[in-house]
Design a protein around this ligand. Sequence first.
Ligand code: GDP
Ligand code: MG
Length: 325
Amino acid sequence: MVANLPPDYHAKEAELKDAKTPEEKIAILLEMMAIMPKHKGTEKLQKELKSKIARLKKEATEKKVISRGSPIPTIEREGAGQVIIAGPPNTGKSTLLASITKAKPDIADYPFTTKIPQPGMFQYQDIQIQMVDTPALSSGISENWLGDLLRKSDMILMLLDLTDDDILDKMDETMNVLEQFKIKQQNTWEFTKKILWVGNKIDIPMWKDIKNILCELYPLDKDLLTISAQHLLNIDTLGELIFKTLDIIRVYTKIPGKPPEMKNPYTISARSTLEDLAKSIHKDLVKTFKYARLWKQGKGNPIIAGREYILEDKDLVEIHAEDMK
Ligand SMILES: Nc1nc2c(ncn2[C@@H]2O[C@H](COP(=O)(O)OP(=O)(O)O)[C@@H](O)[C@H]2O)c(=O)[nH]1
Ligand SMILES: [Mg+2]
């Protein structure tokens, strides 16, 4: 029996007795780990809890193969792209969604607050990007639908907590789940999805030390954007990097003889041609397309461009089509 454990800890212990599923038990045990003071006197207890969690995770994974019937959450894609905010527990995923969109997810200082995915729209300059908050990536707890959601998305925003002493364990676990979901190849740093790596909570000074520890083991040095979701630090850069990672461009259009439509640009994959643009405007336009007058951003005179012309961000396009009558 360890003396001097905080009352919260004992409350969780009581909760644990009532928990039924391995998932519930793991969530409570992780909370107990978080609450427990970390010193010599609690080392044995920490070990016990860790091995209990490991056992339950194994049990949960085995059970998952046969459990069926619960509704599978899916999120319909909206806007210029779908970005899934993923990561270990308590890294600030829900805080980020609440900070940059109008969505109101639950936020709490204990793990596994978020149980189902929740979308919100992020306004980046003149386009809207869909951000989806998700439950933590955790082996034994993460369900297959989360893997589906990640694989179907346009990109993953992997949010890490740069104030977490256990960041290496969390990364290890995250990598395992990504492998299980077939998003990461085993023993390589290769992913089948575009991932933007983001370190959160840089309003707390210790972040630099933890970032160094992280970068010693993972090739993230140049690729890790550091932010504070709570204090809105580096959010402009986050927007730019999301836009860049989505690998899309904006194209404004105008109808001959009318002023340009500069409010609602089309968003299409980078390196798309005028023909691709025509396709996304209307299927008939692909057949009737003759040429386009095209203005480069900041240049006064239009150029005349054909189907194969490769578009760039912020091009303004006036399509001329054959009369089908
Ligand atoms: N200091 C600090 N705390 C944060 C920041 N972002 C989130 N948190 C806190 O971290 C805890 C977990 O946040 P939450 O958004 O629920 O994390 P999630 O489990 O990843 O969704 C909460 O207590 C938040 O207030 C941040 O930028 N700075
Ligand atoms: Mg959450």
